[in-house]
Design a protein around this ligand. Structure first.
Ligand code: GRG
Length: 329
């Protein structure tokens, strides 16, 4: 089914379902300003990869889509909470092609909107009507992942201060910041689908590796200039130690390293300087190397699905791997 219309249709069908459920979940209320701010980012779009993963994981183990909806919504709301707060911290002007919540509604309201999204995420699971044991497991896991996101975010702040962070530190960071949410999306979906312990573990490992790869590709998209709606080299201007930068700092000649460090973190670096930095990253083979690593992680992720019986949802999970490698947004 690789990258064909059927895959697009299967993905879209589930993303549409998530959009409809989000609309129902985030109903208008009082105070209007806060509720408008809460709705702003979740209803602005997004790929819905994480909630779709929850639905697919549930279906892949024989569960019904409807059983996975509350958890899928919880995962998307938690993701949106992290985006709203991250954008405040980064002073980002735009997300999903619209103004960020703090620019539109002011910082205090944006902080509250983020908090409210997190609260809603737990609420949706708590009142889902699922068996109490499942609810207890899911809420515990959501709380643990929220903690992991916070740790990842704080580690990210410290990470940017280091001149040459190690690859080990990088993986520790992206596991907490990105991959654990993908992992939980799959694990939670499998759990509500009543997966066997073995299938639960397989889907959890699939999600973790998919998430690691997703972040590596995100790093690659910054220098390829392929990412829709994002200027090339923004991460370089922001001084972010992406996997590509880390590899280049370890492998560039002393002269190139000096040049690279000069551009890294210079907010007003010219396009020419960015292009020079990118050509250094190319010469050190860092971009190809990172992409190869992302592909290896995807293959590892897919390997974890070997024991899951063949089905359309399983095929979509496999193709999601290809999709992540090829994505432009
Ligand atoms: C503030 C507690 C707290 C945590 C923040 C790092 C982080 C945790 C949040 C988001 C910022 C970020 C760049 C995370 C890395 C993962 C990533 C690339 C997120 C964007 O996800 P997409 O591309 O976004 O799936 P859409 O809009 O499609 O949902």
């Amino acid at each position: 089914m690789a990258m064909n219309k059927e895959f697009d249709r299967e993905l879209k069908k589930r993303a549409t379902l998530i959009n409809q459920e989000l609309e129902k979940t985030l109903v208008i209320g009082e105070p209007k300003q806060l509720l408008d701010a809460v709705r702003w980012l979740p209803l602005a779009g997004g790929k819905r990869l994480r909630p779709v993963l929850s639905l697919l994981a549930c279906e892949a183990v024989g569960g019904r889509v409807s059983d996975a909806i509350p958890f899928a919504i919880a995962i998307e709301l938690l993701h949106n909470f992290s985006l709203v707060h991250d954008d405040i911290m980064d002073r980002a002007p735009e997300r999903r092609g619209v103004q960020t919540v703090h620019l539109r509604y002011g910082e205090p309201t944006a902080i509250l909107a983020g908090d409210a999204l997190l609260a809603k995420s737990i609420e949706v699971v708590a009142r889902s009507g699922m068996p109490p044991k499942i609810i207890a497991q899911l809420t515990y896991k959501l709380a643990k992942v929220t903690g992991s996101l916070c740790k990842g975010q704080e580690m990210g702040i410290e990470f940017e201060r280091k001149t040459e962070p190690s690859l080990e530190e990088y993986f520790g960071l992206i596991r907490r910041k990105t991959a654990t949410l993908f992992q939980l999306a799959c694990e939670g979906g499998a759990l509500v689908g009543n997966a066997s312990p073995k299938a639960l573990e397989s889907l959890s490992n699939y999600g973790l590796n998919l998430g690691l790869s997703f972040q590596i590709i995100d790093d690659c998209l910054d220098v390829s200039g392929d990412k829709t709606g994002k200027a090339k080299g923004e991460d370089i201007r922001g001084g972010q130690k992406t996997i590509i930068i880390i590899h280049a700092l370890q492998n560039a000649s002393a002269r190139d390293k000096v040049k690279l460090l000069k551009v890294l973190g210079r907010k007003n670096a010219s396009q020419k300087e960015i292009d020079t930095a990118i050509s250094i990253l190319k010469n050190t083979g860092s971009i190809d190397w990172a992409f190869k690593l992302a592909r290896e992680k995807i293959e590892k992720a897919m390997g974890f699905l070997d024991g899951v019986p063949q089905s359309t949802p399983k095929k979509v999970l496999i193709d999601l791997g290809h999709f992540i490698l090829k994505r432009k947004y």
